[in-house]
Design a protein around this ligand. Structure first.
Ligand code: SAH
Length: 338
């Protein structure tokens, strides 16, 4: 059985053509899948009977199934535990902001990056297919009863470690006949895989790029993000960041989780300001969220404010991220294999 949502529109046209159907049938089918969000081929009424039967016999329409939903009443944000066709579990979140819902998607079941403060890196199962990434958006919209306005690849997994499927998924979400989401409403977050950041700059899609920095010293960074930081230095990351923003015209965001007495000194703020200035980036601070099995603690509130002010005094554009979903373990670093 093939997963329909793993196909791009042109692959779907090919699939239809191979079965003797006109190409425009693929576009009709695409609308059923991504606009009407129809999950039963028999109900795709403008398709010929034979095509509906072939869909029934040869394909899966759904790529992920909702197992469980947790809702945070205070913020109207929710977390979905999702099941893939082989029984593997993942998690995704829908976070409500003023402009609407942001879908926080997983790109892998588990993660190979082993960052010490992140629950996602405590196990590894497999890469997700593009259909499994795209279908998370549709399932979250079902559950939230509202369409998702934005997508961030900040759930489980390192998106650039599953490069081809992630890029394919973003193109599928962009497809005008379907979800029709602008690339400016999509964000890829990476722990800093330098070659892939260069490839992404050449895809012609100008999605937002966020880089999980968390330290401005290579040795501290190696202790926190061992896999990523051993592969690439801060200098290489800055170079890739600069290239990305030059090629795409997008401002880079540096994510920086404030960790008590590890990366929150005035000197760290100073170095972060210089680093960010050199690539005209933006800094998004967050207090470290608690994760089971990790002893590290968030910088106390006063220290977080002080760090933010120091960056701003240096003329850096910086914000403090509101942590949505902590009560349902759906906040940054808290998503894991479902
Ligand atoms: N692998 C990608 C995307 C997933 S994580 C990446 O590394 O960017 C999304 C963000 O949450 C990253 O910035 C990650 O470093 C951060 N994060 C992980 N654990 C966290 C925690 N316990 N508290 C706060 N942020 C955390």
């Amino acid at each position: 059985m093939m997963n329909l949502k793993d196909l791009s529109l042109s692959e779907l046209e090919q699939w239809c053509a191979e079965r003797g159907h006109a190409r425009y049938r693929a576009r009709q089918l695409w609308r059923w899948l991504y606009q009407a969000q129809e999950r039963v081929p028999a109900r795709m009424t403008n398709l010929p009977e034979r095509l509906r039967q072939q869909l029934e016999d040869e394909t899966y329409v759904d790529a992920v199934w909702v197992d469980k939903v947790f809702t945070d009443r205070n913020t109207a944000s929710l977390k979905a535990v999702l099941r893939l066709c082989d029984g593997v579990g993942i998690e995704a979140a829908a976070l409500l902001y003023r402009f609407g819902y942001t879908a926080c998607l997983s790109s892998q079941a588990g993660c190979r990056m082993a960052c010490v403060f992140c629950a996602s890196g405590q196990s590894w199962e497999r890469n997700l297919s593009s259909g499994e990434i795209v279908d998370q958006v549709l399932r979250l919209a079902d559950v939230a009863e509202r369409p998702m306005s934005r997508v961030v690849l900040m759930g489980v997994g390192e998106p650039l470690d599953n490069y081809a499927q992630v890029v394919k998924a973003l193109r599928q979400l962009h497809q005008p006949q379907g979800v029709n989401m602008g690339y400016r409403h999509m964000t890829v977050s990476t722990c800093g895989l330098v070659p892939q950041m260069h490839w992404l700059a050449d895809e012609g899609m100008a999605v937002n790029l966020a880089i999980s920095l968390h330290a401005v010293d290579d040795e501290v960074r190696k202790a926190l993000l061992p896999v990523a930081a051993r592969r690439h230095s801060l200098v290489e990351i800055a170079e890739a960041a600069r290239n990305y923003s030059e090629r795409t015209g997008r401002q880079i965001t540096f994510e920086y989780a404030l960790i008590d007495r590890i990366n929150d000194s005035d000197e760290s703020a100073q170095r972060l300001a210089e680093y960010t200035r050199a690539v005209k980036g933006h800094v998004n601070l967050i207090g470290l969220n608690p994760v089971e099995g990790c002893e590290l603690m968030a910088t106390p509130r006063a220290g977080q404010v002080r760090f933010l002010q120091k960056l701003r005094r240096e003329g850096i554009s910086a914000t403090m991220r509101r942590s949505l979903g902590v009560s349902i373990n759906a906040a940054c670093g808290q998503l894991r294999r479902g």
